[in-house]
Design a protein around this ligand. Structure first.
Ligand SMILES: [Zn+2]
Length: 95
C-alpha cells in the first residue's frame, strides 16, 4: 500500500512539474491531476485520499516534493540538483 501511494504521489508530482512548460500543457496537467483524483474517489480509499489532500496542500504551499522517509520538504535546491530525489538531504545522509 505504501509503495502504491508513493507511486501515485510521484505521478501527481510529475503532472505538477510539467505544468509551467506551456499554456496548453499546463491545462492538460491540471486535467491529469483531476483524472487521478477521480480514480482515487472511485477507489474510496480514505487513507489514500487523505494523503492526496496533504499532497495538494503542499503543492499549493510550495513544499512539494516531500521526503518519503520523514515527510518533510525535500528542498528546492536539492530538487533542482536531483529532480528525482525522494528524500531530504538529512535522510539521504542517514541511509
Ligand atoms: Zn527526510
Amino acid at each position: 500500500m505504501t509503495q502504491e501511494r508513493w507511486r501515485l504521489l510521484e505521478r501527481v508530482g510529475d503532472h505538477h512539474r510539467s505544468g509551467p512548460v506551456g499554456g496548453d500543457s499546463a491545462d492538460r496537467a491540471e486535467l491529469g491531476v483531476e483524472a487521478e483524483l477521480d480514480v482515487l474517489i472511485e477507489t474510496q480509499d480514505r487513507d489514500l485520499l487523505r494523503q492526496v489532500d496533504i499532497l495538494l496542500e503542499r503543492l499549493e504551499s510550495g513544499l512539494y516534493p516531500v521526503c518519503v522517509t520523514c515527510g518533510g520538504p525535500v528542498g528546492r535546491a536539492r530538487q533542482e540538483a536531483f529532480p528525482r530525489a525522494t528524500t531530504c538531504l538529512d535522510c539521504a545522509r542517514r541511509s
